[in-house]
Design a binder for this molecule. Sequence first.
Ligand SMILES: Nc1ncnc2c1ncn2[C@@H]1O[C@H](COP(=O)(O)OP(=O)(O)OP(=O)(O)O)[C@@H](O)[C@H]1O
Ligand SMILES: CC(=O)N[C@H]1[C@@H]2OC[C@@H](O2)[C@@H](O)[C@@H]1O[C@H](C)C(=O)O
Length: 399
Amino acid sequence: MNSNIKKIFDIVNQPERLIIGLMSGTSLDGLDIALCKISGSGADTKVSVLAFKTISYSNEFKADIKAVFSRRDADLQLVCIMNERIALVHANMILEAIEEWGKTASDIAAIASHGQTIFHAPASLHRMPGYPNATLQIGDGDHIAVTTGIITISDFRQKHVAAGGEGAPLAVYGDYLIFSKKGQNRVMLNIGGIANFTYLPGDNDAAKVFSTDVGPGNTMMDQYVQKHYPGLYCDKDAAIASLGVVNAQLLNALMQTPFLKMDFPKTTGPELFNLQYLENAQMASGTLLIKKEDVMATLCSFSARVIVNAVEKCFGREADPVIYMSGGGMHNPLLLKKIKAGLANARFSTTAELDINPDAKEAVLFAVLANETLVGEPIDFGGRPGVPSVCMGKICLPY
Ligand SMILES: Nc1ncnc2c1ncn2[C@@H]1O[C@H](COP(=O)(O)OP(=O)(O)OP(=O)(O)O)[C@@H](O)[C@H]1O
Ligand SMILES: CC(=O)N[C@H]1[C@@H]2OC[C@@H](O2)[C@@H](O)[C@@H]1O[C@H](C)C(=O)O
């Protein structure tokens, strides 16, 4: 038997395993690395996060990713090179984290690598009749496996697309397994570059569970700051937006996209919500010349409005879900204030209350997906479009 296969056989026969979950999202700020101890699978999955860190990207690395990120005119040679380069940078970051945590490669059963999304093109976004849903994450898994010496499960989104999904959000699988709670309606709200949530009904009925993207979280604010405030990467603590006034005409124009009216589940990305989208809305509303702080205040309200509308659409105005937040946007005080004001009946918390560091949550979800691939069975969500019953990821062997 190939010794790698033997190793996998041993891993799946152990009662628990250490899996490193990785996430590098649309914000391009750095690599989230979560060291997870996982036992069981499916509804019996138990996860504890033993260690977590985000390793920031250098400005040079960010610039290289940006050159191929969400751009229809990207240089194909650079795309090709970045597929390997991202993997090598990530692999070295993992080795650094493992050493800091006093572990060695042989302690780790597997790495779950999301990779870097460079283009997301569900049919609803590309609108090319007859062409399939598509999404592309780079950062090759074999390079991570060979460099770290650890079995690496990567490229999770392709199986989702192959089985009829749009490639995102995948949060539904892990959220359902680790956060469902009988008797409590839960919303797992992640405010990353793109905001998404998972609806977990209190009756635990898998046939009702879904995750959906709702629209921009931080991405438009980040893009605007990076363009208009050289040296800044995001509007830290809403310092800029807090100085501005929301422009009602611009906000109304921003809300006019068919995406926001589409049914759940749905997915989107910075391919739609970008500075061109803002400029179009400014032109349509005659607000091209308003102050930069007012644009930022309006973008902040835009993100809050799409999140509030989506949660309301899910529960109706009367219901009182508990909203467990995660993702960088929950650190934006103005955004949070607006979301809370819009959902007065909800109780707000973070995944910290459920023992998962909110900054680590997405990385943990990928560790859970890898665990399912190794020891689980496909989860049945009732055969609905958008939530195919599959285990995901490609298994990359170190030698
Ligand atoms: N103190 C803060 N004030 C304002 N915004 C913040 C703060 N801290 C983090 N953020 C926002 O959170 C972003 C990072 O969020 P996160 O790491 O969750 O995104 P991501 O994982 O890259 O996105 P996605 O989930 O869409 O893939 C930053 O770019 C910034 O916009
Ligand atoms: C294509 C892609 O990478 N999408 C990400 C992104 O970041 C947030 C949102 O957009 C979500 O759909 C998804 O990530 C999470 C982890 C998901 O699939 O659930």
